[in-house]
Design a protein around this ligand. Structure first.
Ligand code: LLP
Length: 389
């Protein structure tokens, strides 16, 4: 992934920073387009994964829509010139101000997560003399077999409307004239690598669709959310998620009614592999049982390991293999500078003997990396550079 020239550039750039390979991004997007268009599927990009302007501009150029979960994400999508007709807005806690902003921009659809939210959108749309397109986000109670913090489609989760509430929702809709029901929305979780979870989702969606057909409610759009996982362990071998199998599975198992459109909201699978967090070793310190490699990047730049015990491949770019020279490998706990013991990127990581000043790469950090960075410990905002800069 990294040639000598790039590593030289990293060496002369102040760390830490995110490096984005826009070629990898474009290749990923091309693949998504090719595989989804086989079935006329519509793809939206979940801005929450990475809302960096440069990344968004590339994604928009592939005519992909925007999936937003806050008023500011809707605003960002509008500013980056995503067509309002391609913007969907989900989230369990949309504020009046956020709803009003989205109404003013006539977005494609509000994914509604409760009856009370529907009433509020109806009221706000009425005040503007508008009709809001809505999809019901239904909690399908399907297990995504992923980390519990990123599981969203179980009844115990806060997301969506439960199946047993459908009668009440259908009744309520009759009394909410400023809402137009245009679809159903589902999202079962993130970093899903066991694709059978998506098959279970399809079967559940089919069942729920039967309920709507039997109540003579026409559903034009089915939005199956995102969640396709990526390979954090072998980012070079599996640079692209298995989009082919993923889209084919929905085509095989989802009962798509005549004229119905199927939408996806992918975040991670589009942007994870194009991003790397680059940092420098500040100190190497002997501990009781291990050595610590202390980096100038920490949980403030990449929260995933601390929050989800997530694995990111760690590489010492200053000590890449040189043919015929055997590297002396050692184990390090790779940690950041933040005053928290959770500020650890990996324990007993095997790296070539590492010294102060070495450049360390944390791979597969393009999704939920920069966007989840924080100013804790009054850290500077992490910077970004791009291939071709
Ligand atoms: N649609 C909805 C309604 C969502 O809640 C999400 C992600 C997506 C789409 C996009 O899912 P993706 O294709 O990226 O899996 N911060 C966590 C991930 C949180 C995902 C939240 N929802 C992480 O770093 O793993």
């Amino acid at each position: 992934m990294f040639n000598k020239e790039i590593i030289h550039k990293f060496n002369s750039t102040p760390t830490p920073f995110y490096y984005y390979d826009l070629e990898v991004l474009k290749q990923t997007l091309q693949l998504v387009k090719t595989e989804s268009e086989k079935y006329n599927f519509i793809v939206h990009y979940a801005l929450k994964a990475n809302a960096n302007n440069e990344i968004l501009n590339v994604i928009k150029s592939f005519h992909i829509g925007a999936d937003c979960v806050s008023g500011n994400e809707v605003k960002k999508a509008v500013e980056c010139k995503f067509d309002s007709k391609d913007i969907v807005f989900a989230g369990v806690g949309k504020s009046d101000q956020e709803i009003n902003y989205a109404l003013d921009h006539s977005i494609f659809c509000f994914n509604c997560e409760s009856l009370q939210e529907m009433e509020v959108i109806n009221q706000l749309a009425f005040a503007k003399n508008k009709t809001a397109n809505i999809a019901l986000r239904i909690n399908p109670n399907v297990n995504a077999n992923t980390h519990k913090y990123i599981t969203t489609g179980l009844e115990e989760n806060k997301f969506g409307i439960n199946v047993w509430e459908l009668d009440a929702v259908a009744e309520a809709l009759k009394t909410l004239p400023n809402l137009k029901l245009i679809g159903l929305h589902f999202h079962i979780g993130s970093q899903i690598t066991d694709l059978s979870a998506f098959k279970s989702l399809c079967l559940k969606v089919n069942e729920i669709q039967h309920w709507f057909s039997s109540h003579h409610i026409n559903i034009e759009n089915i939005n199956v959310g995102g969640g396709l996982g990526v390979d954090y362990h072998e980012p070079d071998t599996h640079r692209f998620a298995d989009f082919k199998t993923y889209f084919q599975l929905f085509n095989d198992f989802l009962e798509i009614l005549p004229g119905q459109k199927v939408h996806f909201e992918l975040g991670r699978a589009l942007v994870a592999q194009c991003g790397t967090l680059i940092s420098r070793v500040l100190y190497v310190k002997k501990g009781m049982n291990t050595n610590f490699a202390i980096l100038d990047a920490g949980m403030t730049e990449l929260l995933r390991p601390a929050l989800y015990q997530a694995y990111h491949k760690i590489e010492n770019l200053s000590r890449l293999e040189i043919p015929n020279i055997k590297l002396h490998m050692q184990k390090y706990d790779v940690v950041g500078p933040i005053c928290e013991s959770a500020d650890c990127f990996g324990k007993a990581v095997s790296l070539p003997e590492t010294s102060r000043g070495d450049i360390i790469a944390l791979r597969t950090a393009g999704a939920y990396g920069e966007v989840m960075s924080s100013a804790y410990n009054l850290r500077d905002k992490v910077k970004a550079i791009y291939s071709g800069d």
